[in-house]
Design a binder for this molecule. Structure first.
Ligand SMILES: CC(C)(COP(=O)(O)OP(=O)(O)OC[C@H]1O[C@@H](n2cnc3c(N)ncnc32)[C@H](O)[C@@H]1OP(=O)(O)O)[C@@H](O)C(=O)NCCC(=O)NCCS
Length: 168
């Protein structure tokens, strides 16, 4: 965490986080328009693809500040979504979530993470670049409503340093 910002605890999410997760997603137009059932599947052990869903809570509270979901088929994985509630943005929460996820993925013998993002989503593009993702391709008019290109990005996990983000 950066000096002076409140601390956040990163933890695996469970089905009991579903409503908080949906509320955060609804407040962020850039998030994928998943149904309630799709978010529930991301929190339900045993569904395929296998997923890791981590949430960030502000220290001393149980309020969810943000979350990230990765789908994986080792040795590959895909960062499916990451969203931080507007009031908690620019405090290092997404970075802390990714660091915890990357450590967990390495532990599970995952060596690579892919993602796709709307070409106009400059905050997310800046964040992914800062985290070490590199652009690998562009899919023309991949998204609908509104039509837009997708930028594909990739990171090799052995290339990013393991960190010791608190994880309970
Ligand atoms: C993109 C998003 C997840 C970033 O979360 P965050 O917790 O605010 O990000 P962090 O504070 O960890 O920022 C890490 C780095 O990302 C970059 N970054 C984050 N937000 C940025 C913004 N609005 N503008 C430019 N760069 C940004 C910066 O380099 C930042 O490091 P710095 O603050 O030291 O400069 C957040 O803005 C969000 O939830 N957006 C809506 C949902 C979304 O677009 N998700 C991605 C597609 S699923």
């Amino acid at each position: 965490m950066r000096p002076g910002s409140p601390g956040f605890r990163i933890r695996p999410m469970t089905v009991s986080d579903l409503d908080s997760m949906l509320a955060i997603a609804a407040s962020l137009p850039e998030m994928p328009r998943w149904s309630r059932e799709a978010y529930l599947a991301a929190l339900t052990p045993g569904t395929l693809p296998q997923r890791i869903a981590f949430g960030a809570v502000a220290t001393g509270t149980e309020a969810l500040a943000g979350f990230a979901v990765v789908g994986m088929v080792p040795p590959e994985s895909e960062l499916e979504c990451i969203g931080i509630a507007p009031v908690f943005q620019r405090q290092g929460v997404a970075k802390a979530l990714w660091n915890a996820l990357a450590n967990e993925l390495r532990r599970r013998q995952v060596t690579e993470t892919l993602l796709e993002v709307r070409a106009s989503n400059q905050p997310a593009l800046s964040m992914y670049q800062k985290l070490g993702f590199r652009e690998t391709a562009r899919r023309l008019r991949y998204y609908a409503d509104p039509p837009e290109d997708a930028i594909l990005m990739q990171i090799r996990l052995k290339e990013c340093a393991a960190t010791d983000v608190p994880h309970t």
